[in-house]
Design a protein around this ligand. Structure first.
Ligand SMILES: [Zn+2]
Length: 118
């Protein structure tokens, strides 16, 4: 049955024998899964057309790291720089304990500032 999907793809995509695709509501779609190094699974739905080729990378919406098409071989996080919160930088450079202390400190300053401005 290995050839079945190939035949369906070749005859359906772009052929439009039913004349339905003009309305756009039943245009063929495909769901592509991406995985990041943290194991987050992301699905994107793309409109399927004759020369469709899914993007090789998609930023993980949960952690911002690049996600790839292969679950067992996700892209390395340092290949490009994702958006990163200040806290993420803090956590990288210090232990969680130190990071928590810094965060508390920062929050205290923030509260004092807000209190003073009000
Ligand atoms: Zn992720």
């Amino acid at each position: 049955m290995a050839s079945a999907s190939h035949v369906i793809r070749g005859s359906r995509v772009g052929a439009g024998p039913l004349g339905e695709t003009e309305r756009g509501d039943i245009a063929p779609r495909t769901r592509v899964a991406y995985w990041c190094v943290n194991g987050h699974e992301t699905h994107r739905v793309f409109a399927l057309h004759a020369d469709f080729d899914p993007p090789a990378r998609w930023d993980c919406p949960r952690c911002g790291l690049p996600a790839g098409l292969e679950r067992d071989a996700p892209p390395a996080p340092d290949e490009h720089v994702p958006f990163k919160t200040h806290l993420a930088y803090v956590k990288e450079r210090r232990s969680d304990e130190e990071g928590a202390a810094l965060l508390d400190e920062a929050l205290a300053v923030l509260r004092r500032r807000r209190g003073g401005a009000a």
